[in-house]
Design a protein around this ligand. Structure first.
Ligand code: KIV
Length: 289
């Protein structure tokens, strides 16, 4: 489906099984574990504010990620690297306030957990207490396992993120596909098993070959969430500004664009400006006598 033939808005019924017929509570990590058992796929979108979070929540998206992609998709940075804990707390709290049913997962930004498990704990607690999210996400496989373990022991649900980890953009020298070649593929599977073993409730697989993602999904008991990882993962995530056509310029190959909001909003703004110039707005019905 492209911008000229937008997909109809999904209804809440699309996630009825995941919600288990319950509509007055938030989705939990246990619901996601049960969905994997049933072989039921689910979707996740990013959200960075109360307004769009509320729209996706009403559309029945069961998991919303306050991604540090806010850096390049919301805050005007080039990458996710400059995003701070204070910014993540503020954005995550807004998404929590704007939603009722989705599980809200907040990203731990660059520099907020790599130093030590104790640092990861301090900052994850901020996201849980100050923003009120239901889970956190952090990047890294084997290298983050100890931190994941500590957070999970403390009762903090953790989503892991392996494959292409955007906080390492400067080390990667860009955003290359990961897991190509035998050694890289084995490392990806080791990372996936390490985060599962550490207690993560799900793992994002970003930009990895579809066959490798399928293999990981088959070998893990926790749900895999794919982005650029083919069709066989348990769930799919997209950055909302990419999937709705708000991103300026090129989007990655793995993005499907379901709307052309940039054109719609730009058109509305141009029409408003033209109406103001011509005196067509405000009309009598927009004015008080
Ligand atoms: O920050 C983000 O949006 C993410 C997704 C790409 C999974 O980590």
């Amino acid at each position: 489906m492209n911008a000229s033939s937008p997909t109809p808005a999904p209804t809440q019924a699309s996630t009825a099984t995941l919600y288990g017929g319950v509509t007055n509570r938030r989705v939990t990590v246990r619901d996601l574990a049960a969905a994997k058992q049933r072989g039921e796929r689910w979707s996740m979108l990013t959200a960075y504010d109360a307004l769009t979070g509320g729209v996706f929540d009403e559309a029945g998206i069961p998991v919303l990620l306050v991604g540090d992609s806010a850096g390049n998709c919301h805050l005007g940075y080039e990458t996710t690297v400059p995003v701070t804990m204070d910014q993540m707390v503020m954005l995550s709290a807004a998404v929590v306030r704007g939603t009722k049913r989705a599980l809200i997962v907040a990203d731990m930004p660059f520099g907020s957990y790599q130093e030590s498990p104790a640092q990861a704990m301090r900052n994850a607690v901020r996201l849980m207490q100050e923003a009120g999210v239901g889970a956190i996400k952090l990047e890294g496989g084997e290298r983050s396992a100890r931190s994941i373990e500590l957070l999970v022991e403390a009762g903090i649900p953790v989503m892991a993120h392996i494959g292409l980890t955007p906080q390492s953009v400067h080390a990667f020298g860009g955003y290359p596909v990961q897991g190509r070649g035998d050694e890289a593929a084995h490392q990806l599977l080791r990372d996936a098993k390490a985060v599962q073993q550490a207690g993560a409730f799900a793992v994002v697989l970003e930009a990895v070959p579809a066959e490798l993602a399928a293999q990981a999904t088959e070998q893990l008991t926790i749900p895999t969430v794919g982005i650029g990882a083919g069709v066989d993962t348990d769930a799919q995530v997209l950055v909302w500004t990419d999937m709705a056509g708000m991103t300026a310029g090129r989007v990655p190959k793995f993005v499907k664009q379901y709307a052309d909001l940039r054109a719609v909003l730009g058109g509305a703004a141009r029409e408003f400006a033209a109406d103001v110039s011509s005196g067509a707005f405000p009309a009598p019905e927009h004015s008080f006598s």
